[in-house]
Design a protein around this ligand. Structure first.
Ligand code: E4P
Length: 223
């Protein structure tokens, strides 16, 4: 399963990219707004740091505006995936951009029907938002299972990837991987939690304390 980071924060992107953990990035207008400044600078920088796919989202809601913005966004790099909302205009833009060879991520997917239609329009990725479904009392992971089951039937012809979005905690990641989702996009805080385990911390403290004991009798010892 590929791991994308769901952020426009350059510091987090650099931090996790240096660990070799990132296959790509997803952003959206809210994430851009959170960072402040001119989003153009962030977009330019992110597409330079990351080799994999970088989803940059349009803000137009009608077809021609989406196409114009999508083409402008693509100028940031060959790795830019144009993110469009799951609307009739979004699907029309998805079809046009995809047939020109520009990859598209259809976002704000909340049902298997929407995922199926976005795939049909040529989307490279469909982004079901599981956390937001959980928030309203629907099981987001059930949607991932359903989409996966449907896409499996057509795997020879349907190349659209399931990008699990709106991830809230590490268990979401485990469950998505068990289902066989293609990609998860994670907020930096979730990736941070996945790295940690209390026994790792305690184990390391004990190793170092024992080493210090050994060193106290032999100060010249070095690894
Ligand atoms: C996906 O691409 C979106 O940017 C994101 O996962 C939305 O997550 P949220 O529901 O935490 O805002």
């Amino acid at each position: 399963m590929k791991i994308f980071l769901d952020t426009a924060n350059l510091e987090s992107i650099r931090k996790f990219n240096d660990m070799g953990l990132l296959d790509g990035i997803t952003t959206n207008p809210s994430l851009m707004s959170k960072e402040g400044g001119n989003p153009k600078d962030a977009m330019e920088e992110i597409t330079k740091i990351i080799r994999g796919d970088v989803s940059l989202e349009v803000v137009s809601t009608e077809y021609s505006g989406m196409i114009e913005e999508g083409k402008r966004l693509r100028q940031y790099g060959e790795n830019v995936v144009v993110k469009v909302p799951m609307t009739p205009d979004g699907l029309k833009a998805c079809k046009s951009l995809s047939s020109e060879g520009i990859p598209v991520n259809v976002t704000l997917i909340f049902s298997a029907n929407q995922a199926l239609l976005a795939a049909k329009s040529g989307a490279k990725y469909v982004s079901p938002f599981i956390g937001r479904l959980d928030d309203i009392g629907q099981n987001g992971m059930e949607l991932i299972k359903e989409i996966k089951e449907i896409f499996e039937h057509y795997k020879d012809t349907l190349k659209t990837q399931i990008l699990v979005a709106s991830v809230r905690h590490p268990l979401h990641v485990i469950d998505a991987a068990k289902i066989g989702a293609d990609v998860v996009t994670l907020p930096p805080a979730v990736l941070d939690k996945m790295l940690q385990h209390p026994l790792t911390k305690i184990g390391l403290e004990n190793f170092l304390a024992d080493w210090d004991k050994l060193k106290s009798g032999n100060p010249d010892i070095k690894i």
